[in-house]
Design a protein around this ligand. Structure first.
Ligand code: ADP
Ligand code: MG
Length: 652
């Protein structure tokens, strides 16, 4: 094996190798890097296809390999069940988290009635949002390798500022599955600020608003940057508002005004034609005042449709107004006190020089913000630019390409982590992931490697067996999925949990890593307030070479590890389902028909058989079928406690 040097300050390998920055978007994704000669960030445009890769994966009916990007997008309407989009919305989420939205997608999201992570079914194959996101990342990686003519193994990936631990971890896993070592997960607004050069000078102190309007989501973030640290003061937005809605109001307008035949709502090819024409009109009107095109129906009849910029503005104004309302809330939540202070200071100065000029009426937050940055393709719409500039009382900054700005910032962060910018302050980070053991011997990461220290993080767990009164908390360090391949730091037992049905106790496990690298682990059962705590020295006894070896191992084994984890998760979920179904049929025998009982027994057997194998898909398929079969009875019997017992992540 080749030897590599490891930079303990950053937890990264020191090699002359390009680290890319990736914007893994809901609608579009991009990869960028810092050019070694010009030192400028550049979005990678492989083979003149443009830098944007639509975040869409299509599984052809007769093929194994997925099609990704523009080519996959073609199938959105014609083969929706095999064409997965918006997987970012599903990352790190359970079916319950998704609620109604799960049924609004064109493809099948499995309802396993649990808090486990969602899966997507395409024919008889099952995919997690992590695998689907990995498909996008693989495509980006391949494009980067092709364009740069060098292997690409390391990346910085961006996520929305509001992403929780589980969503961030899922993003990391997707990167790993795509063969990328994810050096850091960076907030999208932070990346945008970096792209604008904000935060690169540790001595400057800035507060900025980042307005990000993409295809299907809107985010506003207020950031405070001091000493190279980016703090999110507030975030707001709407996860179901974006450029797609602009397209939709245009298609609705045309359908009414030009009395388009009903087939434009029902025939997938005509729907596609209409939607694409609306998007084209929207983009065209970002530059021009009038748009005209022809739509052709199935009989070959042409209809001319037109749209002026003024009409378009009227159509989208209510949507833009909603984004401004979210901005107002974000500004309020950010409580920009520091700036209040500055204003008072200003008044005193005025008094000193004997001026009677009143201080400016700071009703708008403008004076408290150093910059307003525009991010996302939809900010190219002139009305959006005007509305944002007006609200913030200063011209919004859109000098960088709004499609690329997040990826460019990620590339700059990658360049910093590569040690190429000595001028930029680097904070101390944890070299290895810290986590605890969960059911099936899996490592559940709590503090990911490369986290800045000091840091604290926590997650909630529950019990897996009825009446369980003790819970073992075993703490591990390392990058592998199975605890057996990581380094055990210690364990303790939380005792005195009141006996309750499995899934009901709520145990918070909190990790606090202080600036000296000492880890304090605390477990609290929330219903009874039972608590226990230990202190651990994670670094103790580990040499740099060992840390390096552990990182290398995790990279070499990434594929197998992720596969093993997915199989164990499927098995654990299947065993829990069997347990619940058997409980359910035992308790509700009298409410079930003979047929229902026999059918259930047969499907339970099928799942047991699948469990004897080592393949994940047959297990998931048998589970899905068992759930589909039992759901109607469960709903009939409405045994709520069973459903509660089904929920939750379990520790042994
Ligand atoms: P995301 O971050 O959600 O993946 P993007 O930032 O790539 O999304 O934004 C995609 C959206 O931007 C799409 O709705 C697209 O139609 C819109 N868009 C791209 N270019 C323009 C333009 N010139 N004018 C208006 N909207 C545009
Ligand atoms: Mg985006």
């Amino acid at each position: 094996m080749a030897t590599v040097a490891i930079n303990l300050a950053t937890g990264t390998f020191q090699q002359e190798e390009i680290i890319v920055g990736i914007d893994l978007g809901t609608t579009n994704s991009l990869v960028a890097y810092v050019h070694p000669d010009s030192r400028q960030p550049v979005a990678i445009n492989d083979q003149g296809r443009g830098s944007i890769v639509p975040s869409v994966v299509h599984f052809p009916a007769d093929g194994i390999d997925p099609v990704v990007g523009n080519e996959a997008r073609e199938f959105l309407l014609t083969d929706p069940q095999r064409t997965i989009y918006s997987m970012k919305r599903l990352l790190g989420k359970s079916y319950r988290d998704l609620g109604l939205h799960a049924t609004q997608l064109g493809y099948k999201v499995i309802d396993d009635n649990s808090e486990g992570l969602v899966k997507i079914r395409v024919d008889d194959r099952f995919f997690s949002p992590i695998e689907l996101s990995a498909d996008i990342l693989k495509e980006l990686r391949a494009r980067a390798e092709h364009a740069l003519k060098t292997p690409v193994n390391r990346a910085v990936i961006t996520v929305p500022a509001y992403f929780n631990d589980s969503q961030r971890q899922a993003t990391r896993d997707a990167g790993r599955l795509a063969g990328l070592e994810v050096l850091r997960i960076v907030n999208e607004p932070t990346a945008a600020a970096l792209a604008y050069g904000i935060g690169l000078d540790p001595s400057e102190e800035k507060t900025v608003a980042v307005y990000d309007l993409g295809g299907g989501t809107f985010d506003i973030s207020i950031l405070r940057i001091q000493q190279g640290i980016f703090e999110v003061l507030s975030t707001n937005g709407d996860t179901y508002l974006g450029g797609d809605d602009f397209d939709r109001v245009v298609t609705e307008h045309w359908s009414t005004i030009f009395q388009l035949p009903a087939s434009f709502q029902t025939n997938p090819h005509l729907q596609q034609q209409l939607r694409l024409a609306a998007e084209m009109a929207k983009k065209y009107l970002s530059q021009h005042d009038d748009f005209t095109t022809q739509l052709t129906d199935e009989a070959g009849q042409n209809t001319t449709v037109t749209l002026t910029r003024a009409q378009f503005n009227d159509l989208i104004r209510p949507l833009v107004d909603r984004t401004i309302a979210a901005c107002r809330q974000a500004v309020q939540d950010a409580k920009l006190e520091g700036f209040e202070g500055k204003r008072r200071q200003g008044q005193e100065d005025n008094e000193k020089v004997g001026s009677h000029t009143p201080s400016p009426p700071s009703l708008l937050p403008s004076s408290r913000l150093d910059a307003v940055l525009l991010v996302g393709g939809s900010t190219r719409v002139p009305l959006v630019y005007d509305a944002v500039s007006e609200f913030f009382g200063q011209p919004a900054n859109n000098s960088l390409n709004p499609d690329e700005v997040v990826a460019l910032g990620a590339a700059i962060q990658a360049d910093i982590l590569a040690g190429n910018r000595r001028d930029v302050l680097l904070l101390d980070v944890t070299p290895l992931t810290l986590g605890i053991e969960t059911l099936g011997g899996l490592l559940d990461p709590i503090i990911p490697r490369n986290s800045k220290i000091p840091t604290k993080a926590g997650r909630q767990y529950t019990t897996s067996v009825d009446g369980q009164v003790n819970l073992k908390i075993a703490v591990y360090q390392g990058e592998r999925d199975l605890v057996s391949q990581n380094r055990k730091l210690g364990e303790f037992v939380l005792t005195g949990i009141p006996a309750m049905p499995a899934g009901l106790p709520k145990v918070d496990v909190n990790f606090l890593l202080n600036a000296d690298g000492i880890l304090q682990v605390e477990a609290i059962e929330l219903r009874s307030n039972t608590r226990q705590q230990v202190e651990i020295k994670p670094q103790y006894g580990l040499t740099d070479e060992q840390v390096e070896q552990m990182l290398m191992d995790s990279l070499m084994n990434a594929k197998e590890d992720v596969a093993a984890r997915l199989l164990i998760e499927a098995r654990t979920a299947a065993e829990q389902l069997l347990y619940q179904v058997s409980n359910f049929t035992r308790k509700n025998r009298e409410h079930l028909t003979e047929n229902e009982l026999t059918a259930t027994e047969a499907q339970v057997e099928a799942l047991r058989t699948a469990l004897t194998g080592t393949e994940r898909d047959p297990i998931l398929k048998a589970m899905d079928e068992l759930e589909e079969l039992t759901r109607p009875y469960a709903e009939r019997v409405m045994n709520i406690s069973i459903q509660q017992a089904m929920a939750g992540k379990k520790i042994e």
